[in-house]
Design a protein around this ligand. Structure first.
Ligand SMILES: Cc1ncc(COP(=O)(O)O)c(C=O)c1O
Length: 410
């Protein structure tokens, strides 16, 4: 059976050309902090990777901190702000800046961090969206004040591909002296990111979302803002992130940034992915009844298609497609044996039923039109079957789900 991977928002495969370098990189096993030849042989390569990432994001290499991924980058920002607020002689303490603004659709690494802040007594404002997917700028302006310490908004939503008006948000925030962080994990490689132009103070990225390795990420922190380490250690990353560097992971991210800095490469890859998405959406809308594409008319990244298939249980659909070799994702996160409709999709105005019936197809560089053709053939059959078998489906679903614990929002 041919396996087809349409879940590139969850993670991407390694880039082919990158794989060819892995054997050579494995020989760079020295500790970059060592002054002898073994350490120095990798140290320079890490510096090059940092430069490549800084150039791609249009910032200084000194503003790039290597982390273990998006979740760590996000957590480091929250910890930093907490330290600033709680530090008694800090500028924030003097100006009484102790409120936070975020959105209703952030990744769990931020969602949970904000819940922690609330539990500690801080005011957190969560801004929502219209049913079409427009960020509620007027609600944002209402809560924005001199008391705002940090605003954290994702750049691109992982479920629908929606692009948030980050630059506008930053412009408004700066009038009140608030710091701005953006979880830009789903933006890297999909849209051009010029961090200087955007004006954010912090931004998070994750290697495994842009064809690099897992367990490696980037935190951008503006030179002018303080940063408190989340991981204490031996002075690595200019004492902003302790622990011996994940050299291979860092090299893989630098490699991808170098590749994507070539404009024609970047455009070609994104054009390919957009063609796939447009082809899929055009066909699904004409060939399957009662489908709705989330955020279809909004500004969104080219490879994500979030589709509501009315009266189709998403988890059952996912499993039926998996059996046939198709890897996709749904609008419900399943954990501890129960299927919960995605909170983010509901925050975008979908009913729990619509969220449960949502299929997320995220295309990547290695997908082809032929794969979409065979996927649609299967999707038509499974959709018809599940719509017909509305009753017995529930029984099948709960027993299957109990065997699939620990799936989280990606
Ligand atoms: C928007 C967003 N932020 C953060 C993360 C977490 O990144 P990582 O898996 O590198 O911790 C993800 C990954 O699913 C994501 O989609």
């Amino acid at each position: 059976m041919k396996k087809v991977y349409f879940d590139n928002n969850a993670t991407t495969p390694l880039y082919d050309e990158l794989k060819l370098n892995l054997l050579e990189w494995l020989d760079l096993w020295g500790n970059p902090s060592s002054v002898h030849w073994a350490g120095q042989s990798i140290k320079g390569r890490i510096r090059d990777a940092r430069q490549a990432l800084a150039k791609f994001l249009n910032v200084s290499p000194l503003e790039i901190i290597f982390t273990s991924g998006g979740s760590e980058s996000n957590s480091t920002v929250i910890r930093t702000i907490l330290e600033i607020i709680e530090g008694s002689d800090s500028q924030f303490a003097k100006t009484n800046k102790n409120e936070f603004i975020t959105t209703t659709v952030e990744h769990p690494s931020l969602k949970k961090a904000f819940e922690m802040l609330e539990a500690r007594g801080f005011k957190v404002h969560r801004i929502g969206f219209s049913s079409q997917g427009e960020f509620d700028l007027s609600a944002f302006e209402k809560v924005l004040s001199d008391k705002t310490a940090l605003i954290s908004v994702m750049f691109v939503n992982n479920e629908t591909g929606l692009i948030l008006p980050l630059k506008e948000i930053v412009e408004k925030a700066k009038k009140f002296g608030a710091l701005v962080h953006s979880d830009s994990v789903q933006a890297f490689g999909k849209i051009k990111i010029d961090l200087q132009d955007l004006g954010v103070d912090f931004a998070s990225f994750s290697g495994h979302k842009f064809y690099a390795m897992k367990g490696t990420g980037v935190l951008f922190a503006k030179k002018s803002v303080p940063l408190s380490p989340l991981v204490f250690g031996g002075g690595q990353e200019r004492s902003r992130r302790g622990g011996t560097e994940n050299s291979l992971g860092i090299l893989s991210m630098g490699f991808m940034a170098e590749k994507m800095s070539d404009d024609s490469f970047f455009q070609d890859k994104n054009k390919h992915v957009k063609n796939l998405r447009d082809y899929f959406e055009q066909r699904i809308q004409t060939e399957i009844e009662q489908v709705q594409i989330n955020h279809e008319s909004m500004d969104r990244v080219s490879g994500t298609s979030s589709v509501v298939l009315k009266d189709v249980e998403g988890e059952a659909l996912l499993m039926a497609l998996d059996v046939k070799g198709f890897a996709v994702s749904t609008g419900s996160a399943c954990s501890s044996g129960s299927s919960q409709p995605s909170a983010s999709l509901q925050a975008f105005g979908l009913s729990p039923e619509q969220a449960r019936s949502t299929l997320r197809v995220s295309f990547g560089w290695y997908n082809t039109i032929k794969e979409i053709d065979s996927f649609l053939n299967e999707l038509k059959v499974v959709t018809a079957r599940l719509r017909k078998l509305a009753g017995p489906r529930e029984v099948f679903l709960s027993s299957e789900i109990n065997n699939r614990e620990g799936i989280s929002e990606l």
